[in-house]
Ligand binder design. Structure first.
Ligand code: COI
Length: 356
């Protein structure tokens, strides 16, 4: 694979990479990083205003060893996807929702945030600059990873004096190695993902580092991922390491309410609206771990995981199975409704997509 130097001219960057795109195995995309052509960068100093921002060749960035993000974890990330429509054009899914969530997270982490307009414009620029990396229709999507970080130098604990807003992208397929097959979860009873008053409801980078240990142990035991319980009662469902959770019983679909420790997923919110429009009763409330015992179906939602059916959940040594290891009817219906809209295969009856 040719080495790419940051700062190379845009034209030579493109031609050096033409062989790589020809070699892409679009049939077998997983959720790994594929180096693409360009990334977007804007900076913000103490005046709180972001520079205009530009797309530059993808490559390493220089960070002060004393930066706020490296020393004190002052950083946020987002995740959203671009899909190629059957006619070749590109669709973004609800990018303004990511912009708003970044603003909420930035406030919690004492950081300035780009305006919704700048965020969406940056997303569009980044996708267009990397448009040849958007997978063919039906083969996956281009995952965008916006980052907001305290890039200025600090030593004492304080907000950084400078911030970097960056977006990089990677073509992706299924998040879990199981593909679209049901995943197997284990309920975690030692570690917690979030605590009341903490940062569980924002997409700060530290929330994700802190689940790695539980996830590693679960994977070593053969589980796909970990389902967390609330830290106070150790009884109510919270979420999975990288996604929200839903429990189906008859016509009722329940999911933990957003109450400070749950990440307000954009796929979560979209699935709730799709389910209501299909006639389901959706309840956002405390969902007890005991309810897993007699649920008909369980599924996870997230930008990366989309809608992922759960085949089994193990709690305190007891394993409950759903749907004989095949996708449940409700999970399948909601998956199809959402993804056909995201991919532009049906009319956008929710008004959620943005065409590029
Ligand atoms: C996403 O679903 O986009 C996320 O940010 C979760 C991440 C751990 C992959």
């Amino acid at each position: 694979r040719p080495v790419r130097r940051c700062g190379a001219s845009l034209a030579s960057n493109y031609s050096r990479q033409t062989s790589e795109i020809a070699d892409m195995d679009w049939e077998n995309l997983g959720f790994g990083i594929v180096q693409t052509d360009y990334m977007y960068i804007a900076k913000c100093g103490t005046d709180g205003n972001f520079t205009e921002g530009e797309t530059v060749p993808f490559g390493p960035i220089a960070l002060n060893p004393s930066s706020g993000v490296l020393n004190y974890g002052q950083g946020l990330f987002e995740g959203l996807k671009a899909y190629r429509k059957p006619d070749g054009s590109i669709l973004l899914f609800r990018p303004e929702e990511n912009a708003l969530r970044m603003q909420t997270g930035a406030e919690r982490m004492c950081m300035p945030a780009p305006s919704v307009e700048q965020f969406v414009d940056a997303v569009k620029q980044t996708v267009l600059a990397n448009k040849r990396w958007v997978p063919p229709t039906g083969k996956g999507s281009l995952y965008l990873r916006p980052l907001l970080m305290g890039s200025g130098a600090v030593l004492g604990l304080a907000p950084a004096p400078e911030y970097t807003f960056l977006i990089f992208v990677s073509p992706v397929g299924n998040y879990f190695k199981e593909g679209l097959a049901p995943i197997n979860l284990i309920v975690e009873d030692k570690f917690h993902r979030a605590t009341p008053g903490g940062t569980g409801s924002v997409k700060t980078i530290g929330n994700y580092a802190s689940v790695l240990m539980a996830q590693k142990i679960a994977k070593e035991k053969g589980y796909s991922d970990v389902l967390y319980l609330d830290a106070v009662h150790k009884k109510y469902l919270e979420e999975v390491s990288s996604c929200n959770i839903f429990v189906v019983k008859g016509n009722v679909i329940s999911t933990p309410a957003i109450k400070g420790t749950i990440l307000p997923g954009i796929t979560r919110k979209s699935i709730i609206d799709v389910a209501v429009s299909k006639g389901f009763q959706v309840e956002e409330r405390l969902v007890s771990v005991d309810e897993l015992l007699d649920a008909d179906e369980v599924f996870c939602t997230g930008t990366a995981v989309v809608v992922s059916p759960v085949g089994s959940i193990t709690y305190q040594g007891k394993r409950v199975e759903y749907g004989h290891q095949s996708v449940g009817v409700v999970s399948q219906q909601l998956y199809t409704s959402l993804t056909s809209l995201q991919m532009g295969q049906t009319e956008d009856w929710m008004g959620w997509t943005m065409q590029l």
